[in-house]
Design a protein around this ligand. Structure first.
Ligand code: 5AD
Ligand code: SF4
Length: 419
């Protein structure tokens, strides 16, 4: 039986595309292999958002090239758009390159041709049970000055609303319990019925027991009234991930984020008006020109909003982006220092947020059921939850349960199932 390895770096989009590739290869009779040894096909799905992620992808490509012939390797995703020559230098000219601008249909068709497998029907991109990922907006044209995504993924396009609603309906009927809608800047979604919020309202009217969530909204394209409408929906999860990036108006401007701290505060305030909702964010420290005052403004904003979770990144210079050509680069040592100061604040906030849940109970969607009795899931407000299942797997993946919380750590909540 032919075998394959799929190695995925980066974001939820890559996870979705990889899951679809895996599904297709398995349906075509391929078997997933744990090692590169004598494998028939290696698919490397790459990221380029930070230098580290890109280097990891090229390093794995090097590893794959020593184990198998280049003609058996597919190098896809953002690094595959940006540095094809390097990929060929590392693996040889025979390596197959699928750029990050290729949509899922093109990716599946190319992989199918390379793997010489029969077309699989229907080719609906699905993801890991119980979560069905659905792509709403492909590409990005927001041009934040630090970001490589617009170059790596290309022009923006919105999925057909009818197709999205059908995919959502099918997924729920197949037993999927969470719909995860994706777009680099998902607020750019538009269709004949309006924008994102109208589509979410239409999804909300579908029958069945399910939650939905979406990634990532962009503060500049999100209205306070839309957040309020979102919070009224029946099936929506109670958390918003709203990337702030910096708490300094000057830096936000240089980042081309198109919102001020006051705009952000208004949106965040809407989310915070309901204490059941959580708010998480992305922050970059060390953007070119970031002064001590700018950094302090970011720390102050993080404290003010008491984020329940923060994805904290050190600024990574991406050749070809406008920020890369900016003067006043922050020295690496300062970036490292600021990162560790803010990391401490962020960690304390996560702990505080989770500790405050102790003594209460939360609704949880079971994501993995461990035979050892440890079951893992996601609370409706987006937290990790681990609970005891008495080793009987009485709560299978995809069930909704209620968990009484007796402990909270930085990583999540721990408790006992009460349903
Ligand atoms: N350096 C550091 N972080 C970055 N991100 C995007 N580009 C860069 C970069 N050049 C972060 C942003 C974004 C997240 C997905 O990755 O915070 O929201
Ligand atoms: Fe990059 Fe900004 Fe687009 Fe997000 S919205 S993918 S940070 S350019």
């Amino acid at each position: 039986m032919p075998t394959f390895v799929v190695k995925t770096f980066g974001c939820q989009f890559n996870e979705l595309y990889s899951a679809s590739v895996i599904e297709m290869l398995e349906r075509a009779g391929y078997e997933q292999s744990r090692t590169l040894d004598r494998v028939s096909l290696v698919v490397i799905n790459t990221c380029a958002v930070r230098e580290k992620a890109q280097e990891k992808a090229f390093s794995f490509l090097g590893e794959a090239a020593t184990a198998v012939d280049a003609s058996r390797i597919i190098f896809m995703g953002c690094s595959a758009t940006l540095d094809q020559e390097r990929a060929k230098r590392i693996a040889g000219h025979e390596v197959h390159i699928i750029p990050g601008s290729a949509g899922i249909e093109e990716v599946l068709a190319r992989v199918q041709a390379i793997a010489a497998c029969a077309p699989a029907e229907p080719m609906v991109p699905h993801s890991l049970f119980p979560t069905a990922d659905i792509e709403l907006v492909r590409g990005c044209e927001s041009y934040c000055t630090y970001c490589i995504v617009p170059r790596a993924r290309g022009r923006e396009s919105a999925a057909d609303a009818e197709v999205v609603l059908r995919q959502a309906k099918d997924s729920i009927q197949h037993g999927f319990r969470e719909l995860l809608l994706l777009g680099q800047n998902i607020n750019r979604y538009h269709w004949s019925g309006g924008g994102l919020i109208e589509l979410l309202s239409a999804l909300d009217r579908l029958d069945g027991e399910f939650w939905f969530w979406f990634l990532s909204p962009h503060p500049a394209y999100f209205q306070r009234a839309e957040v309020q409408r979102l919070m009224q929906l029946e099936h929506v999860e109670h958390h918003v991930h709203l990337p702030l990036q910096s708490g300094s108006d000057g830096i936000l401007k240089r980042m081309n984020r198109r919102y001020s701290m006051a705009d952000y505060d208004a949106l965040a305030g809407a989310v915070r008006s309901d204490s059941r909702w959580t708010l998480t964010t992305d922050i970059i420290v060390g953007f070119p020109g970031e002064t001590d005052e700018d950094f302090e403004a970011t720390v102050a904003a993080v404290r003010r909003h008491q984020f329940d979770g923060v994805f904290l990144a050190k600024y990574s210079d991406r050749p070809g982006t406008p920020a890369s050509a900016m003067p006043d680069k922050v020295p690496q040592k300062t970036i490292d220092e600021r990162h560790s100061v803010l990391l401490q604040v962020v960690r304390d906030l996560s702990l505080q947020s989770n500790a405050a849940m102790v003594g209460g109970s939360v609704d949880v969607l079971v994501l993995t059921a461990g035979a050892s009795g440890d079951t893992f899931g996601k609370s409706r407000d987006g937290r990790n939850v681990w609970f005891e299942d008495q080793g009987r797997l009485s709560h299978p993946v995809g069930s909704f349960v209620r968990v009484d919380i007796n402990h909270g750590s930085r990583e999540g909540l721990y408790g006992i199932c009460s349903t």
